[in-house]
Design a protein around this ligand. Structure first.
Ligand SMILES: Cc1ncc(COP(=O)(O)O)c(C=O)c1O
Length: 381
C-alpha cells in the first residue's frame, strides 16, 4: 500500500466496501469514501457509547434539531424550521420512502444526468421511471438546463430528484438556478426532493433549497446526512427536513420504521458532527480543494488529453476521456491499470457517458498521482 501524509489514515485493516471490493493490488478510487481519519469528536462520542454498551435502538433525538439549526445558520445563513426534521435510516431510504408516498409505480421521476448512480436504483426500487433533463456544459461547468426541466414539468412529471451539489460533477447550483427551479415547481405543482448530502463539502457558496422562501417550502423536501461530509457512511443515519405544513403532513405519514431502522451510533455521530465537527470540516474542504488543484495538475502532466471540469464541491471528479477512444474504460483501467473508478454510463439510465469516469480524489496526493500514472499507462500506451 502507498503511504499518505499524516492527515490520511492508515488503511491497513479497514474493512469497508472501499477496501474489500477489489484485490489489494487495485487502487480504490471508486466509492465515495474519504481516506481521512474521522473527526476526533465523533470518534470520542462513539467510543464512549461503545464503552457504555449503549447500542440499543434509536429513540427520540432532540439534540439533532438545535445542532443542525446552529450549523445551517452559521454555514449557509439558513434559518431552519426545527419542527420539520424527521430521522431516516439513510438518505437512500428517505428518498425511496418519499417517492413511494408521493407517486406511484409507473410515474416518472425527473433527474439530471450525469447524476449519482444510486438515484436510478432508488427509482427502480419503487417501480418508477427516470425522466432525464441532462446537465449542459457551459463555460466548463456542468449546469442545470432550466428549459429542459420546465419541459419535463410541462410533460407531466411531478417529482424531481435534485442532486445539490451534484455528484459526480461537483457543481454547486447557483441561487438563481435553484430559485427558478422553485418557481417552476410551484407553477406546475411538482415536488422537489433535494439531496444535499454533499453540501458541507462545498468551497463556493452553497444555497440550501429550503432557504429560498415560500415557493421552495411549499414544493420541496430536503434529504441529507452527515455521513458523506464527515465520512461515516457505514453508521446508517440520515434525516429529512420540510418547512410547510402541507409537506410536513406528508412527511409525518412516512413509515415509522425509517426511524427504528436508523442506527443509534449514526444518529449521535450526526449530532456530534454538527455540534463539534466544523473545524474538522473546514480542514477537510481545504484538503479536497487542494487535491482538486493537484489532480488538475497531474492530469495536465500525465493525461493531457483528459478533459476536467470546474467544480465547487465534493471529491468526485468527472473526467472525459473520449480523446483516448478506449472502449470499456472502467474495465480496462481496472484490469490493465489496477485502478478502480466508477464508469460513466452508471450515471445515466440510457448508456450515456461511455467515455467518462468518476474518480475519487479524497486521498493523499501520492495516491492521486499514482492512480493517474496507472491510468496513463493504459490510456497513453
Ligand atoms: C448524492 C448522494 N446521495 C446519497 C448518497 C448515499 O447516502 P446514504 O448512504 O445516506 O444513503 C450518496 C453517496 O455517495 C450520494 O452521493
Amino acid at each position: 500500500m502507498l503511504e499518505g501524509p499524516e492527515s490520511f489514515g492508515n488503511f491497513a485493516g479497514r474493512a469497508s466496501s472501499k477496501w474489500r471490493r477489489f484485490p489489494e493490488d487495485v487502487l480504490p478510487m471508486h466509492v465515495a469514501e474519504m481516506d481521512l481519519e474521522v473527526a476526533e469528536p465523533i470518534r470520542r462520542r462513539l467510543v464512549e457509547m461503545v464503552n457504555n454498551s449503549d447500542m440499543g435502538y434509536l429513540g427520540p433525538l432532540p439534540e439533532l434539531a438545535p445542532a443542525f439549526k446552529k450549523f445551517a445558520k452559521n454555514r449557509w445563513n439558513w434559518e431552519i424550521d426545527d419542527q420539520g426534521i424527521r430521522l431516516a435510516t439513510d438518505v437512500g431510504v428517505a428518498a425511496v420512502e418519499i417517492l413511494r408516498k408521493v407517486a406511484k409505480p409507473g410515474d416518472r421521476v425527473l433527474i439530471n444526468s450525469p447524476t449519482y448512480s444510486s438515484f436510478f436504483k432508488w427509482i427502480a426500487e419503487v417501480e418508477m421511471v427516470p425522466h432525464d433533463a441532462p446537465l449542459v456544459l457551459r463555460e466548463n461547468r456542468w449546469s442545470l438546463n432550466l428549459d429542459a426541466i420546465e419541459e419535463a414539468f410541462k410533460a407531466g412529471v411531478r417529482v424531481y430528484l435534485l442532486c445539490s451539489p451534484q455528484n459526480p460533477v461537483g457543481t454547486v447550483h447557483t441561487r438563481e438556478e435553484l430559485s427558478r427551479v422553485a418557481e417552476l415547481a410551484a407553477k406546475y405543482g411538482a415536488l422537489v426532493v433535494s439531496d444535499e448530502i454533499h453540501a458541507p463539502l462545498s468551497w463556493k457558496p452553497f444555497t440550501p433549497f429550503l432557504s429560498l422562501g415560500e415557493s421552495a417550502n411549499d414544493h420541496a423536501v430536503t434529504i441529507t446526512s452527515t455521513s458523506k461530509a464527515w465520512n461515516t457512511a457505514g453508521l446508517k443515519a440520515g434525516f429529512l427536513i420540510s418547512q410547510s405544513s402541507a409537506i410536513k403532513d406528508v412527511m409525518r405519514s412516512l413509515p415509522e420504521a425509517m426511524n427504528w431502522r436508523a442506527s443509534l451510533l449514526g444518529a449521535f455521530s450526526m449530532v456530534e458532527a454538527y455540534k463539534n465537527g466544523e473545524n474538522w470540516l473546514d480542514e477537510t474542504v481545504k484538503i479536497i480543494h487542494e487535491n482538486f488543484t493537484f489532480l488538475r495538475f497531474e492530469l495536465a502532466k500525465q493525461l493531457p488529453k483528459a478533459k476536467f471540469f470546474d467544480m465547487s464541491a465534493t471529491y468526485l471528479a468527472w473526467l472525459d476521456l473520449s480523446a483516448y477512444g478506449l472502449d470499456n474504460l472502467q474495465g480496462r483501467l481496472l484490469q490493465d491499470g489496477k485502478v478502480a473508478v466508477v464508469s460513466g454510463p452508471e450515471h445515466s439510465h440510457d448508456g450515456k457517458y461511455q467515455d467518462f469516469i468518476r474518480f475519487n480524489f479524497a486521498t493523499s496526493q501520492t495516491r492521486i498521482s499514482e492512480a493517474v500514472r496507472r491510468m496513463a499507462s493504459v490510456l497513453e500506451a
